[in-house]
Design a protein around this ligand. Structure first.
Ligand code: GLY
Length: 306
């Protein structure tokens, strides 16, 4: 409560709301809505929603069934950030566990640190009571088949993320993100998803944002923090997210780079949401006290392939 008062958030009933990247997040916001409707906490809604997508083996870029790295490992990245305290928990390159988002939450809540990586994050997960999942469950046969077909290709694609922003009826905001990272990445490579300010940012009373796309480009342009700062400055979610995607795209061009996919979702402290992208085919899922769960298609603000 103290944190929310300091941030100017009244302790009254607010409209709850949730937004998350890609149509596969419809199940995430539906789950979150069940929790938020009953007065549950934004952190619990976001974590429970993201866990569903991590378990869904048909989502090829998050959790179980996700893209393997060049060494044939499923090494997962995830983050949670509490908008009341600005505390965050991050894990990167975690192997053998189904729910990196829950391990990230434990980092935030049970340590004095923010980021744990690789084998040390795995050791921490075991200490926190997480059980390792069966390798055949985490990496189904079709994933191995695709890996064998693609592992020697010079050019590969695939790098999507679930990034979810939630606001509860008490006014608290949080972000949760999770990804398997880019397809056939070098072992040890980490993208934007667990990087504060790039893949995610949130402050209760201001707003939150989360990104999906090629991590290298999103990190170069610190997209999520910039969206939140523009909302702090008075922009609507739509103005803020479109400005950031356009600026990031043009900045990369000015620096002689060819922008890859960049897409973001965001929410302000009133629960209003928006998304923007620089490529065809992006959509996001959202739900609020006033609107049922739905998927919204986003026309590109600028098209990287045009
Ligand atoms: N956006 C996910 C990644 O690049 O790893």
């Amino acid at each position: 409560m103290r944190f929310k008062k300091q941030m100017g958030v009244e302790d009254t009933k607010n409209m709850w709301s949730m937004v998350a990247t890609w149509p596969f997040s419809l199940q995430c916001v539906e789950k979150g809505a069940q929790i938020l409707r009953d007065g549950g906490a934004a952190m619990d809604a976001a974590e429970a929603g993201v866990r569903l997508v991590e378990t869904d083996e048909t989502v090829d870029s998050v959790g179980r069934g996700g893209y393997l790295n060049a060494a044939g490992e499923l090494a997962l990245d995830a983050a949670m950030m509490d908008g009341n305290t600005l505390k965050m928990g991050v894990v990167a390159c975690v192997r053998g566990f189904e729910h990196p988002v829950s391990i990230a939450r434990k980092v935030m809540e049970n340590t004095r640190h923010s980021i744990l990586v690789g084998p040390h994050a795995e050791e921490f997960a075991r200490k926190m009571g997480f059980t390792e999942a069966d390798p055949d469950y985490l990496i189904p046969k079709n994933v191995w088949k695709k890996y064998e077909e693609e592992k020697n290709k010079r050019k590969t694609s695939g790098h999507d993320t679930i990034g979810c922003v939630a606001l509860d009826a008490g006014g608290s905001m949080c972000v949760a993100t999770s990804t398997s990272g880019a397809n056939l990445r070098l072992p040890g490579r980490v993208g934007d998803t667990p990087i504060i300010g790039s893949g995610f940012y949130v402050q209760t009373g201001v707003g939150g944002a989360a990104a999906t796309g090629l991590g290298e480009d999103i990190m170069r342009t610190c997209c999520s923090f910039r969206v939140v700062e523009l909302m702090r400055g008075g922009m609507s979610p739509r103005e803020a997210v479109e400005t950031v995607v356009l600026t990031a795209h043009n900045t990369l061009l000015q620096c002689g780079l060819r922008p890859d996919c960049i897409a973001l979702v965001c929410m302000n402290a009133r629960g209003e949401t928006a998304g923007a992208c620089n490529h065809q085919g992006f959509s996001y899922a959202c739900v609020s006290e006033n609107e049922p769960p739905r998927v919204i298609s986003v026309p590109p603000i600028i098209d990287k392939d045009a």
